[in-house]
Write a protein of this length. Structure first.
Length: 121
């Protein structure tokens, strides 16, 4: 039997969660104080995902870069593919919060969106 110790990020409490597994089967999840903790632990040991944040170049903007993030979480195994795809992206100002910067990043079906406004010069 394998034991996985996790710190839950489902809410601000940061509970110490223990997942007991036999192969890929979850036998028990303990230590969580809310339903989100159990959901987080189950997802983390079976299919871990993350929201990715980064920056991309802006042409003709008052600032040269804009912060971006994936609109939802993507498989942890696709993080480096996502980062690589964003390296060569350049957008034209103006940029607005929520603008789609890149669709279907790394074949995940998830878009990358702007998280800051950048005015044109």
């Amino acid at each position: 039997m394998e034991k996985r110790e996790l710190t839950c990020i489902g809410c601000p409490l940061g509970c110490a969660v223990t997942v007991e597994m036999e192969g890929t089967e979850i036998l028990s999840i303990t230590g969580h104080t809310c339903k989100r903790g159990e959901e987080y632990a189950r997802k983390e040991v079976t299919n871990p995902t993350r929201i990715v944040t980064s920056i991309v170049h802006v042409n003709g903007g008052k600032i040269p870069m804009v912060s971006v993030k994936t609109k939802s979480d993507i498989p942890k195994s696709k993080i480096f593919d996502c980062a690589k795809a964003l390296q060569s992206i350049q957008v034209e100002a103006p940029v607005h919060i929520g603008d789609v910067i890149l669709e279907n990043v790394a074949g995940t079906g998830v878009s990358v969106v702007a998280t800051k406004n950048v005015e044109a010069l």
